[in-house]
Design a protein around this ligand. Structure first.
Ligand code: HEM
Length: 456
């Protein structure tokens, strides 16, 4: 670890060098002035890390309620939304709040409304899951509260995008993702309300399939694809040249998803193999686009890039299982569906999120604590990677790689032992990630004496 003397207008020379009086060095990044306050994105990432841990602990603790006669639908539904609302949704909203000034060169439309949306989503998710796990029938109230939080995020992000001078390619993916988010939340609340009443949906299972794919493909995957083109090429120091495969991926994903939603939600699920094939072709085209970014990279594979590669492998397993289920090559059982959802959430979304957050959180802390907003050289500052442990990140990756294989295998083979082994590895990953995040955030609470605090 080597401390880099920060360059000031006077260069690293010490004031005693007789050089002209050094003037305070100020950050010049144009987005800094428009960036949201540190705690707005950070409260999302902290809540998400805690939700990931709660999910992993509950997944291990309630491991006996996932298979066969012991299958507990309420427990599983609560587990699913701890991960999808608490970990995935919170991270995506936090990242969008942070990235808005970078992507669209405009400030967030309303930081206060974004903070209020955080409270509604956090309280709604907790109430929804809490009611499901405590046996209360009123869980649709929590679901509605969560949906109201989602609606407020939509207002803030849509208003921010409309104020953008230009919506770039990443922005277009995120805008489409938000449209699907409206639909999934609507389906979600209607499903929560209709679960005991069965008055809204002629085919509740079809409506559930529509909800799940609007969420996993429409919102989560389109957002991941859009953000990856910007962040992965940035982290890989690689230039995104031709976008043809990416454009094809976007078109096929939308056609496949719209077809699937209409067919599953309203037309009796007649053409599922067609939609599954289109979505898989979309994924292949996307993987081609990412392959280009990786092949042109100018940086070694660090944990962040390795997590992205792991996500690509997990996404391929998810697509393959989807085709197997749609064509009937895999029996359509509850366990096979849980394997399918775990491939999407643990094999595709989670490694991708860990890969990006491992860069974003240390960068935000560096910016907030150590960035040269008001320094007078000479100073000693850390590199961004000094704020996190790369060794721990590699251990997280190894644990997650094991969990993302053992969990769907445990469901598909109905093996309690494999499921438990997967759950132990997943809890190890979530605990290591929590510790690594705490290590980075410790710089906010207690300054590290190795580095020059900005006010010095
Ligand atoms: C406001 C937001 C949401 C609400 C109100 C909601 C509500 C629901 C409800 C009520 C069900 C059960 C339906 C049934 O079995 O009849 C369900 C299932 C499911 N939802 Fe959501 N959901 C929301 C957001 C999400 C998101 C963002 C994701 C994924 C990223 C997601 C993924 C799933 C999955 C995978 C299932 C099937 C799991 C299972 O049956 O246990 N949901 N959702």
């Amino acid at each position: 670890m080597n401390a880099t003397p920060a360059p000031g207008p006077a260069g690293p020379e010490s004031p005693s060098s007789g050089a002209p009086a050094a003037v305070p060095f100020r950050g010049r990044g144009p987005f800094l002035a428009k960036a949201p306050p540190f705690w707005l994105p950070m409260r999302h990432f902290v809540f998400a890390a805690a939700s990931f841990w709660v999910f992993a602990a509950a997944f291990l603790w309630g491991n006996g309620r996932l298979l066969g006669f012991d299958f507990d639908a309420r427990w599983v539904l609560g587990l699913t939304h701890t991960l999808t609302l608490g970990w995935v949704a919170m991270t995506l909203f936090g990242a969008m709040c942070q990235l808005a000034p970078v992507l669209w060169e405009t400030s967030l439309a309303s930081e206060r409304a974004a903070a209020a949306a955080w409270w509604l989503l956090a309280a709604g998710a907790a109430a929804f899951v809490g009611a499901l796990w405590s046996g209360s029938e009123g869980y649709w109230l929590g679901a509605s509260l969560a949906a109201s939080g989602v609606t407020l995020y939509l207002y803030v992000l849509a208003k921010t995008m409309l104020a953008a001078a230009k919506l770039d390619w990443t922005g277009k993916h995120l805008a489409l993702g938000l449209v699907y988010l409206v639909a999934l939340a609507g389906f979600g609340v209607a499903l929560a309300y209709d679960r005991q009443r069965a008055i809204l949906f002629r085919d509740p299972e079809g409506a559930l399939i529509a909800h799940v794919h609007l969420a996993l493909v429409g919102w989560v995957s389109l957002s991941i694809m859009g953000v990856s083109y910007r962040l992965v090429s940035m982290f890989a120091l690689s230039h995104l040249s031709a976008k043809t495969p990416g454009r094809l991926a976007l078109a096929l994903a939308n056609i496949g998803l719209l077809g699937l939603t209409l067919d599953a939600g309203f037309l009796g699920r007649r053409l599922m193999p067609v939609w599954a094939s289109l979505l898989t072709l979309a994924y292949v085209a996307y993987a081609f686009q990412l392959r280009r970014i990786f092949s042109e990279r100018n940086r070694r594979i660090d944990p962040a890039l390795a997590f992205t590669l792991l996500a690509l492998a997990g996404g391929a397993a998810w697509a393959a299982l989807g085709v197997g289920l749609a064509f009937g090559w895999v029996a359509d059982s509850t366990e096979a569906r849980l394997a399918y959802v775990s491939c999407a959430l643990l094999g595709w979304a989670t490694p991708f999120i860990l890969g990006q957050i491992h860069k974003i959180v240390p960068f935000l802390v560096w910016l907030h604590v150590y960035s040269p907003r008001s320094w007078t050289p000479p100073v000693v500052v850390p590199k961004i990677q000094d704020l996190t442990s790369e060794r721990v990140a590699w251990l997280e990756l190894a644990a997650l790689a094991g969990a993302m294989v053992l969990t769907p295998a445990g469901f598909l083979t109905e093996s309690q032992a494999l499921l438990r082994a997967g759950a132990i590895l997943l809890l190890s990953c979530a605990t290591l990630y929590g510790a690594n995040t705490a290590l980075t955030l410790s710089h906010v609470i207690r300054r590290d004496a190795r580095w020059t605090p900005p006010s010095a």
